[in-house]
Design a protein around this ligand. Structure first.
Ligand code: ZN
Length: 198
């Protein structure tokens, strides 16, 4: 539709989640009319994150080192909270109700989207649980269909290991995503977490 590099920019922006062709055009022309210094700063940050940010080799949260600051913190409790995405770690950390460590799955089981257990970091979770002193697993996947299915799947795998498996209490917006729950609701859900029967 446009020539050369402008079209390249629109196509690249169109790859981003939540940005359709129209949005990509709007952002492209915003960038073209913006102060070049601002755009260069954005470009520099994009390069910097690709070079500097890694994923923690233990929990797969974003990290600037081989291990994230939470995994490195010796004062953390011997419990593991399983979440779908790094943004969920940020949401739970904000409420200060949970003092254990995390495991980021990288999504949820969703046959419709072609996501099976092997596409998530479940094997890594099992390995982690097999040789550590973890006492409780909190399955804090999203309170929607995929998140519930993933929690049930994991509970069935983990329970035979003799660990306490819990899920945050109901009260979270059903069908929604964890990160959209307000802090009070999320805090209560963690406080009132219940044992999972599978
Ligand atoms: Zn970590």
């Amino acid at each position: 539709m446009y020539e050369g590099v402008v079209q390249d920019l629109i196509e690249e922006l169109g790859q981003l989640p939540g940005v359709g062709p129209k949005g990509a055009q709007r952002i492209a022309f915003f960038l073209l009319s913006a102060d070049p210094a601002d755009v260069k700063r954005l470009a520099a940050v994009l390069v910097e994150v690709t070079e500097r940010v890694k994923f923690c080799r233990v929990c797969f949260n974003v990290a600037e080192d081989d291990e994230c600051r939470i995994c490195k913190d010796a004062r953390r409790d011997p419990s593991v909270c399983v979440v779908e995405e790094p943004k969920d770690v940020a949401a739970i950390e904000k409420i200060r109700e949970f003092r254990g460590r995390y495991h980021v799955l990288g999504g949820a089981i969703s046959p419709i989207d072609g996501v099976g257990p092997d596409d998530l970091r479940i094997k890594e979770l099992m390995t982690r649980l097999a040789d550590s002193s973890v006492t409780e697993i909190i399955l804090a996947t999203d309170p929607n269909l995929e998140g519930e299915a993933t929690a049930t799947y994991l509970a069935r795998m983990i329970k035979p290991m003799g660990l306490r498996v819990t899920r945050p209490a109901s009260g979270l917006p059903v069908g929604g995503e964890l990160e959209y729950a307000d802090e009070v609701t999320l805090g209560r859900a963690f406080e009132g977490r219940r044992l999972l029967d599978v």
